[in-house]
Ligand binder design. Structure first.
Ligand SMILES: [Cu+2]
Length: 688
């Protein structure tokens, strides 16, 4: 699956000769490389804490006995960056030598004094606000650092390096064009002179890949595609003689992990494209929804494990992989785990990709038109979210995980960002638990025909949550030795999409909620020990650091377009000496699917993306007389539709910014509608 850029090969050969002759044998940044391979202490230098992505801090000044005293040490507003309805703020701030670096959903970067929150420098990305190929909220999941530089990917599919001291751009490398469906939302990983970056665009018919860049120059060293080219390993899992694999998704949503001893870099690839239409892509469709190990230096394939064969449910593998060492049956083992949108944690041996605890291939329901796989992998242990849907009024069929569907909607759980989506999963070597955030939500899955058009949404179906259906979450400690639930909390809101958590040697798990609360839990028992209202949706994973002998816990609070957390532009940092109290709670996210707000009468125009809320209809509920013509106008940045929820019986079609379409309602009735590309946007027209 590796593929060198042909034009770069001579350059690479020259470079490698140079490397042999003049380059020293020691690392380009020995200090960062050492920190990346050590337990996390006073600094937090990469998205997942260190190369393992464990998000485990050895700091223990704040512990189960004193966490109740925790207060805000400082709170800084980032000048409005990323503070609007289209954004999510999911980044983990990085901290090094008393300076914090944080990136917002607009790819703007800020350096703050980690002790006081004072802004030291700022970088405004100036990215094109018309980027139309962002899947699910404008978001950047974080930075990497090394060799005096910060590294990050942008939504316009560039990887950027900037000077840590000044915020001045050192190099910028285009990976692809956003116009062709490619964006970058993951935090990259830096190690030993290489920057590893994933790419997004699984909803736009792209070809997923991991790209390795030279940290010094930004030159692309290699690309490892997650979809096999003709004749390559895995190509026999796609229909022969077609080019489906070239636009089959399998993008990389999150930061890789790396084991320097084994010399392997690990990551997961997301859903297949077109998401809900398996009819044209018979086969298992490697390497969609798979965990993958490559040689870290060359990108050469080593092993893979596919979590979902022939994915038609958008069962992404989107959460970062976690490396951990354990003892099973008296034997020391090297583990790797990832929590999927199926609701299971997949636990493997990271030396060879074989299940560590057990994963069984079991027969599953068949839908021949969708060319469904005969069997699917079922991990031994517990799922963290329900895996069967109840029948709801207005629907004929409900099913469990891996149920088939075609053109008549079938209700299935997990769904629509269900289970664990992008949120990271920490691991504590003290408890041996993974801390798994989950989203509980039912979707009505339908498939329809969709032609591939370069740069256009290519999902072949939809999965909207039924009007009035409940949405909530779970937070679960999973025992890494058994893959069983140690303890579980039901949460009022969906927390598997953005959020995330971090665990410490002080015996604490810190995590945020979309209603603005930050919580500290006892890592062993799950008991809630502390809660603090930040005033903005707290949907990012916290980080832990130390300055001048004092421990801090920091979290970006800027809401989340997927969970519905209230938007904002703040970073909070907490300490035992902190003096700041909580803020007023923001409006909480909805816990029921469907249009909200009052019913407006006497209005015949509905705006999309109005009032700085990109993914919304306004007014979302209107009452009109029989025979009325309603005008839908897009005033947002992105393309939207208004499409009848029931059998798509009316549809405005794709409306670009400024576009309008009218629909005449000649029959009385209650008409719910959604935006097809963004099926979490709901509206209602009551015709009397
Ligand atoms: Cu939309």
């Amino acid at each position: 699956m590796r593929c060198h850029n042909q034009r770069l090969v001579p350059v690479l050969m020259t470079l490698s000769l140079l490397f042999l002759v003049v380059m020293p044998v020691w690392a380009a940044d020995p200090e960062i490389d050492r920190l990346l391979q050590s337990p996390v202490g006073k600094d937090w230098v990469t998205n997942g804490g260190n190369l393992t992505n464990q998000r485990y801090s050895t700091l223990k000044q704040i512990d189960t006995s004193n966490v109740k005293q925790l207060k805000g040490a400082w709170m800084t507003r980032l000048k409005g960056s990323g503070a609007a309805g289209k954004y999510s703020f999911e980044a983990s701030p990085l901290v090094k030598d008393g300076v914090m670096y944080v990136i917002t959903g607009n790819d703007d970067v800020f350096a703050l004094r980690a002790k006081t929150g004072e802004i030291l420098w700022e970088y405004w990305s100036g990215i094109d606000q018309q980027i139309s190929t962002v899947c699910c909220g404008w978001v950047n999941r974080g930075l990497a650092m090394g060799e005096g530089l910060l590294f990050f990917g942008q939504l316009d599919a560039n990887v950027v390096a900037m000077d840590m001291k000044t915020g001045k751009v050192a190099w910028k490398t285009p990976i692809e064009k956003w116009e062709n469906g490619y964006t970058i939302t993951s935090a990259p990983l830096y190690f030993d002179g290489i920057v590893y970056s994933g790419i997004s665009g699984g909803e736009f018919g792209v070809r997923g890949r991991l790209t390795a860049l030279d940290a010094k120059t930004g030159a692309i060293l290699w690309r490892s595609y997650t979809l096999p080219g003709p004749g390559e390993f895995g190509s026999d899992t796609w229909p022969p003689g077609t080019d489906h694999a070239m636009r089959g998704g399998a993008t990389i949503w999150n930061t890789p992990a790396l084991d320097p001893e084994l010399g392997l870099v690990y990551f997961v690839a997301g859903n297949c494209g077109p998401d809900y239409d398996g009819a044209s892509r018979e086969g298992d469709n490697l390497f969609c929804a798979s965990m993958i190990a490559l040689k870290a230096k060359t990108g050469e394939y080593v092993w893979h494990f596919q979590q979902v064969h022939h994915d038609i449910w958008d069962y992404d593998a989107a959460s970062p992989v976690v490396l951990f060492d354990t003892v099973i049956n008296g034997q020391p083992r090297k583990g790797i785990a990832e929590a999927g949108r199926t609701g299971w944690v997949y636990i493997l041996d990271r030396t060879n990709g074989k299940p560590l605890i057990g994963i069984e291939e079991r027969p599953v329901p068949q839908e021949p038109r969708q060319k469904t796989a005969k069997t699917q992998p079922y991990p031994v242990g517990d799922a963290t979210v329900p895996q069967c849907a109840d029948v709801l009024p207005g629907y004929d069929k409900a099913g469990c995980i891996f149920a088939g569907f075609w053109e008549t909607p079938v209700l299935i759980q997990p769904s629509g960002g269900g289970g664990t989506n992008w949120a990271p999963v920490p691991y504590s070597p003290d408890t041996g638990y993974f801390y798994v955030p989950g989203t509980v939500r039912t979707s009505a899955f339908t498939r329809y025909d969709k032609k591939y058009v370069l740069g256009k949404r290519y999902t072949g179906g939809t999965q909207a949550a039924p009007i009035g259906s409940p949405m909530s979450g779970t937070f679960t400690a999973i025992d890494s030795k058994t893959n069983k639930i140690a303890w579980q909390h039901k949460t009022p809101y969906r927390i598997g999409t953005g959020g995330g958590s971090t665990v410490t040697a002080g015996g604490l798990v810190f995590r945020g909620e979309p209603d603005g609360n930050v919580l500290a839990l006892d890592a062993k028992t799950g008991e809630e020990l502390w809660r603090f209202q930040t005033g903005f949706g707290a949907d990012a994973p916290p980080v832990v650091y130390e300055v001048d002998g004092e421990q801090y816990v920091a979290i970006a609070t800027g809401g989340n377009q997927q969970s519905g957390g209230a938007y904002g532009d703040a970073v909070w940092s907490f300490s035992l000496k902190g003096q700041l109290g909580p803020l007023w709670p923001p409006p909480p996210p909805s816990s029921v699917a469907g249009p909200g707000g009052p019913i407006t009468t006497g209005v015949d125009t509905v705006k999309m993306g109005d009032r700085n809320v990109e993914y919304s209809f306004f007014p979302s509920r209107i009452r009109v007389k029989v025979g009325s013509t309603v005008t839908f106008t897009n005033v947002g940045d992105l393309n939207h539709t208004a499409t009848a929820l029931e059998k798509r019986e009316w549809d405005t079609g794709d409306l670009a910014k400024g576009g309008s379409q009218t629909i005449t309602f000649s029959q009385p009735g209650n008409y719910y509608y959604i935006c097809t590309p963004h099926p979490w946007m709901y509206g209602q027209v009551i015709v009397e």
